[in-house]
Write a protein that binds this ligand. Structure first.
Ligand code: ARG
Length: 470
């Protein structure tokens, strides 16, 4: 089948070549964006007197009809069309005849596909941002609920110092705030229209590129036509931002898997978000968290794939760039599913507050505070560190916590200890007195909660930026 370029060719494309070359099987998801871009293009062509009013009206009507028929199922993507652009043009000509042949005036599929992808990615950025916002709202509920819930904080997977559930989850809130910030940055940077760049060198028609750009809600038209048709930076940036989202979700998943394990029992994943074993009746597995962790690899794969595809491409458009689509679509779908499922799991998860607090009391999480107690009594920190080290060794031998030692036992190690030590190293003091900015004390975390609420109330930025289809 010769497709759009019959004139120069004397033979039809080989069947295998056609199958290898085609992209309709995956770029059909750009149909709405393609039609939206074509409508803006022909409205501009008519304004510039390049086509007549009647022709413009016929084309717009034809395009709207194609969109409706695809939606209703009256028209499907069957047939030998190379890509979504040829599908639309061929069907338009079939419907309205000669006027349809004028739609592509002053345009190439190179600037057309660049436009379609940008329109699609812009929408997806907004959708993903909204999903992350939903996740942040679920997280905030647990943060508010966990202001006084003590738990051990870890370094090297060893109990380190006590924190609260609010403080621990607050760390993820910060990650998701940065994730959304990255999406906003990408949106702003990419929001310029490539249409009118032609195949690579613009066109001799008097196109009004700025007019098309503003119709489509872009900040303006791009500056360099060669760059416009071969720029895929915004996809690389998006996949990088999405990889970071997945890295965050994966770390969170890993923690949930550990917390949900028989040994920890810090949390209980809801039945609806767990799965059983076909052989072991006692099992309740954290499959959703494991799958989110696992799917992270495939989003990283998309990023590496497009970086590799782009690295060897000379200016301007080359067919290699068609490879930007499948992986990007897959990554976007994967990230959206992961956020949705993770959010559902998070909404229904139960924190076993009692178990967490007991765990925070074990494992000498107050050893630093015991050393600080001695420092406040005049012992140099390095000496205090040594004294508490010996005390910990003694406690391990006796199988007890520091606060379970009698004052006599403590004084055997250092006569600086007094009875006020018990209050100084209690779990409550260890957490509540960590008042430095960014610390776990409920007082500080309440300020964070106020900030997060304000942030969530004000974070409609992307949505406001989005061009709303009329
Ligand atoms: N399917 C193509 C792509 O995804 C559309 C652009 C085709 N342009 C061309 N000169 N063959 O990149």
């Amino acid at each position: 089948m010769a497709g759009l370029w019959g004139g120069r060719f004397t033979k039809n494309t080989d069947d295998e070549v056609f199958a290898f070359n085609e992209s309709l099987s995956f770029d059909h998801r750009l149909l709405d964006n393609d039609i939206e871009g074509s409508i803006a293009h022909v409205v501009m062509l008519e304004k510039q007197h390049i086509i007549s009013l009647e022709e413009k009206d016929a084309i717009v009507k034809g395009l709207t009809g194609i969109k409706k028929d695809v939606e209703s199922g009256a028209l499907d993507f069957a047939g030998e069309y190379e890509d979504v652009h040829s599908f639309v043009e061929a069907n338009l000509i079939k419907r309205i005849g000669d006027a349809g042949k004028k739609m592509h005036t002053g345009r190439s599929r190179n600037d057309q596909v660049a436009l379609d992808m940008k329109l699609y990615v812009r929408e997806q950025i907004v959708l993903i941002d909204e999903l992350i916002k939903g996740l942040q709202e679920s997280l905030l509920k647990h943060i508010e609920d966990g202001l006084d819930t003590y738990m051990p904080g870890f370094t090297h997977m060893q109990k380190a110092q006590p924190v609260t559930v609010a403080h621990h989850l607050g760390a993820y809130m910060e990650m998701f705030i940065r994730d959304r910030g990255r999406l906003t940055d990408i949106y702003k940077r990419m929001n310029f229209s490539p249409l009118g760049s032609g195949a690579l060198a613009g066109t001799t028609y008097s196109l009004d590129r700025e007019y098309v750009a503003s119709m489509l809600g872009f900040e303006g038209a791009t500056r360099n036509s060669m760059d416009s048709v071969s720029d895929r930076d915004y996809l690389i940036e998006l996949l990088s931002a999405l990889s970071t989202v997945m890295m965050h979700l994966s770390r969170f998943s890993e923690e949930i898997i550990i917390w949900n394990s028989n040994e920890y029992r810090f949390v209980e994943i809801d039945d609806a978000y767990s799965t059983g074993s076909s052989i072991m009746p006692q099992k309740k597995n954290p499959d959703i968290a494991e799958l989110v962790r696992g799917k992270t690899g495939r989003v990283y794969g998309a990023l590496i794939s497009i970086l590799t595809t782009m690295k060897g491409i000379p200016l301007a458009y080359n067919k290699d760039m068609q490879e930007d689509k499948e992986m990007t679509f897959d990554a976007i779908d994967t990230v959206k599913d992961c956020i949705k499922l993770f959010d559902g799991m998070l909404k229904t998860i139960k924190f076993n507050k009692e178990v967490m607090a007991v765990s925070a009391m074990k494992g000498f999480t107050n050893a630093t505070d015991a050393a600080d107690y001695l420092v406040k009594k005049g012992v140099p920190f390095r000496d205090a560190h040594g004294i508490i080290g010996r005390l910990v060794l003694y406690c391990i031998d006796k199988d007890k916590a520091i606060e379970e030692c009698s004052i006599e036992e403590l004084r055997d190690i250092s006569d600086v200890f007094d009875t006020d030590v018990y209050d100084a190293i209690s779990l409550k003091t260890c957490v509540d007195k960590r008042l430095t900015k960014g610390g776990p004390s409920p007082e500080r975390m309440k300020e964070c909660v106020t900030f997060y609420k304000e942030y969530l109330a004000n974070s409609e930025r992307l949505n406001q930026m989005l061009y709303k289809r009329s």
